[in-house]
Design a binder for this molecule. Structure first.
Ligand SMILES: [Zn+2]
Length: 493
């Protein structure tokens, strides 16, 4: 049953940058991409005497996230100084939250190991707010061996979301991150842009070696390794897979366990696809946390929590469930639609309701609508075709005014020109072909192609394709399946 003699144990720490206009404790612009050190002030530079003021919007977004993750929100939270010195943190400490975080004991449901089946619940240990550090760059300039620092990012608001070690595989880690990112995007709390560092992941990984494979007949834990600062889900998956193999090899070679060896910090090398040892991991006592004297504790009355909860948008998991229950979509279709975002879901519901055929609406959304959005790399908000126009097009297919494949061309034209279905059809010279005209055309083709007819009669049924091709050339509006049906009838095979 067990292919490997151990269980993989992973906990993830996710840092997300909040979508605020300004930094967490000052009014500097928090957006990405400005020239180095142009967005700083005495507060985020840590100059003596400068005093922090909490950004209310950042707190609001953090509160929304804590509630959306079903966390317990304490009625009072405070700020703490986390002391450590790096040049990218000019104050010499980071303002964070230590023993009274914004939320505790939350949860996030993710897809089970085999797709369908019951969801897995990953417990969330804590969610807290803190300020980000600046950015160090080492030897990045041609021909110079130097270190530079950009403090634009210093003081931007970060939310840290720490899971319990409930994750059991690299695949599950990816599922958790995918669901968390989707939720944060729906909540409008972060753009989760991983290229710009808006979402960064640290993973704590170790193995629980099974009793039958360990020398003392009891479970043995390998030393915990923290893999720092991965900025793609693929990197997280690969790093966990690498670390699992490395830890098992190390354990079989040295026998080091969590009880005998310290926690280690390793970095992920994306090019070599290996983890490499970094500095010794600080224990929290090394940080000498103490309450931040320049900021008041924040009191969170119950009424405020209730108000945020009341205004909460529908969460992705709830929408998936609704698409299944109200519109009969299977899990895969519902998931695909939910992943396109709130506006896409709303568009689908409009089409499904008006058309009265949710499955067909879902097919169009997944295939044709998604294709044109991807081709043009745009969101559905910019699609020139309103839901009602798409429904009108599909109804015309039902009435036999055009074929399904022509409808795809018309849709493309509607997207390009912003015209209605009827205008686009007219512009493309599409008109429905009268049944008697279609029969006359088929009779003419059968009469003038005796060789093809003979072939078909001799059993080479694929020869009839040539007749359909000729019909298409004579009249592009002819429905190929109708032509085929009539020709078979006329030839009488
Ligand atoms: Zn500032």
């Amino acid at each position: 049953m067990n292919a490997v003699p151990y269980e993989i144990v992973v906990g993830l720490e996710v840092h997300v940058q909040l979508l605020t206009r300004t930094k967490l404790f000052c009014r500097c612009d928090a957006s990405f991409g400005a020239p180095p050190n142009t967005r700083t002030c005495p507060v985020c530079l840590g100059l003596p005497g400068a005093l922090p003021v909490m950004n209310g919007r950042a707190f609001e977004l953090a509160l929304r996230t804590g509630i959306a993750l079903d966390g317990e929100i304490p009625d009072r939270m405070k700020w703490d100084r986390k002391n450590y010195f790096y040049p990218d943190l000019p104050k010499g400490y980071q303002i964070s939250q230590f023993d009274l975080p914004l939320a505790r004991n939350g949860r996030l449901a993710i897809e089970g190991e085999h797709g369908d089946g019951p969801p897995r619940i990953i417990r969330i240990q804590r969610v807290h707010l803190e300020e980000d550090a600046g950015k160090s760059m080492h030897d990045e300039h041609e021909g110079r061996r130097d270190s530079r620092i950009d403090l634009n990012r210093a003081g931007t608001p970060l939310l840290e979301i720490v899971s319990e070690p409930d994750i059991r595989s690299a695949r599950e880690a990816k599922a958790y991150l995918t669901e968390l990112k989707l939720l944060l995007t729906y909540l409008d709390v972060s753009d989760c842009n991983m290229q710009e560092g808006s979402l960064r992941v640290d993973a704590n990984v170790n193995l629980h070696v099974r009793p039958d494979a360990s020398p003392h007949g009891s479970v043995i834990e390998t030393p915990i390794v923290e893999i720092k600062n991965m900025n793609s889900f693929r990197a997280v998956e690969r790093a966990i897979e690498y670390e699992v193999a490395r830890q098992y090899d190390e354990w079989t070679a040295t026998g080091a366990t969590r009880a005998t060896a310290p926690k280690q910090t390793r970095g992920w090398d994306d090019r070599e696809e290996v983890t490499l040892a970094m500095r010794r991991k600080e224990e929290s006592s090394d940080y000498r946390y103490f309450p931040e004297p320049d900021l008041l504790p924040v009191v969170v009355p119950r009424s405020r929590i209730d108000a945020v909860a009341a205004e909460m948008v529908e969460r992705p998991a709830a929408i998936r469930e609704r698409l299944g229950r109200e519109w009969g979509l299977d899990a895969a279709a519902a998931d695909l639609i939910v992943h396109q975002g709130r506006a896409f879901v709303a568009y689908f519901v409009d089409v499904a309701r008006e058309l009265g055929d949710p499955r067909r609406a879902a097919n169009w959304m997944q295939q044709d609508v998604l294709r044109v959005l991807n081709e043009r790399s745009m969101g559905i908000g910019r699609l020139a075709v309103a839901p009602g126009e798409l429904v009108d097009l599909l109804r015309r297919v039902d009435r036999g005014e055009l074929t399904r494949s022509r409808a795809k061309d018309v849709f493309q034209r509607m997207v390009e020109t912003g015209r209605s279905a009827v205008d686009a059809m007219r512009a493309m010279g599409i008109e429905s072909v009268d049944r008697s005209a279609l029969e006359a055309l088929c009779r003419e083709l059968v009469d003038s192609n005796p060789r093809i007819v003979a072939d078909v009669k001799a059993g080479k049924s694929q020869a009839i394709g040539a007749l359909v091709g000729q019909a298409k050339r004579r009249n592009p509006n002819a429905d190929p399946s109708e032509v085929l049906r009539i020709c078979i009838e006329l030839i009488g095979t």
